[in-house]
Design a protein around this ligand. Structure first.
Ligand code: 13P
Ligand code: SF4
Length: 319
């Protein structure tokens, strides 16, 4: 604990000295989330992280999250230095959607508007017409559907089929998934709900359909936190990365949060409801990156120029 306090103090000092701002996701270490807020940075979902990084005047952004978040920040602000505690912090959705295979998929369906989730590489975003995050994907697809557009969607199959069901849009889906959310189980959740009949169920749309079907609220991480604050309930079952519980407890003090059940013994994950790549963000490597300036995100400017169009479309739509 004393060691963590020393590291936190060092990070506060270095952020000031380097004129840097810390942009963190809700799934990272609670101490990093707190540091981001108290030093004038932000802790938020993917959409707000992108907007905050773009609009903040600091010349150096330190992104505590996963690689696609750092890349999005760099694409939106190529003139800024974007650092990350660990450049190997990736995402199963990004890994499962290689740019060359994705380009071939798009080439095979030239009549479709290409909509990609934020959790993709810069090269995949460069091939897209639109990038969306979980907080706004549904509205954007509804908007495109109303214009009569057919959609090619990648990479998350659960988010894609949730949006497809809600909007009725014609969507061709890439078959990717998040290794954290894919582990939530409908049957076990049903049983847990019976034990807590008054609990409201908050679900991230990267979860399987059987889990989404049991939700009182389906939404991005920010939308789930807002629901925990505003819904008239004292108990909540939460189906997303358990890193979010820190902020939920701060935002809705006195309420009780229960983690939704996972299969728990999958070969693909050890701690199923916590993203192994988000967990790579620690106080030590955050302090080191500020001290030494390593782990800088670079995006090929030609790719960045193409990718920024799909991100800007979303940000303009959201404005
Ligand atoms: P949000 O945009 O809802 O924060 O989701 C990002 C993510 O990676 C969820 O797993
Ligand atoms: Fe990717 Fe899932 Fe981790 Fe989010 S929680 S970064 S979607 S692997």
């Amino acid at each position: 604990q004393a060691e963590r306090a020393v590291l936190k103090e060092r990070i506060r000092r270095l952020l000031k000295e380097r004129g840097a701002v810390l942009v963190a996701h809700y799934y990272v270490d609670p101490d990093i989330q707190d540091l981001a807020e108290e030093t004038g940075g932000c802790v938020s979902d993917s959409l707000e992280m992108a907007r905050f990084g773009r609009d903040h005047p600091a010349k150096t952004l330190v992104v505590a999250g996963v690689r696609f978040m750092g890349e999005t920040a760099k694409i939106l602000s190529p003139e800024k230095r974007v650092l990350m505690p660990d450049l190997d912090a990736t995402c199963s959705l990004d890994l499962g959607c290689p740019a060359d295979e994705f380009a071939a998929f798009c080439d095979a369906h030239p009549d479709r508007t290409v909509v990609v989730y934020a959790n993709t590489s810069a090269a995949v975003k460069a091939r897209a017409d639109w990038m969306v995050t979980s907080s706004i994907g549904l509205q954007i697809v509804a908007h495109l559907h109303a214009q009569g557009k057919k959609i090619l969607w990648a990479p998350d199959k659960h988010l894609g089929s949730y949006i497809q069901k809600q909007t009725g849009a014609d969507m061709l889906l890439w078959q990717g998934s998040c290794l954290v959310h894919d582990e939530f189980k409908g049957i076990e959740l049903e049983l847990l709900k019976r034990e807590h009949p008054h609990a409201k169920v908050l679900v991230h749309p990267e979860s399987p359909a059987a889990v989404v079907a049991l939700a009182d609220v389906v939404g991005s991480t920010s939308q789930m936190i807002a629901a925990a604050q505003t819904l008239d309930a004292q108990e909540f079952i939460v189906a997303t990365d358990n890193g979010i519980l820190h902020k939920m407890r701060l935002a809705a003090p006195g309420k009780r949060f229960i983690e939704a059940p996972t299969s728990g013994n999958s070969a693909t994950c050890k701690s199923c409801a916590h993203c192994p790549w988000m967990a790579m963000n620690g106080l030590q490597n955050l302090a080191d990156v500020l001290e030494n300036g390593g782990n800088e995100i670079h995006v090929d400017p030609a790719i960045g120029k193409l990718a920024v169009r799909s991100i800007d479309r979303m940000l303009d739509f959201a404005a």
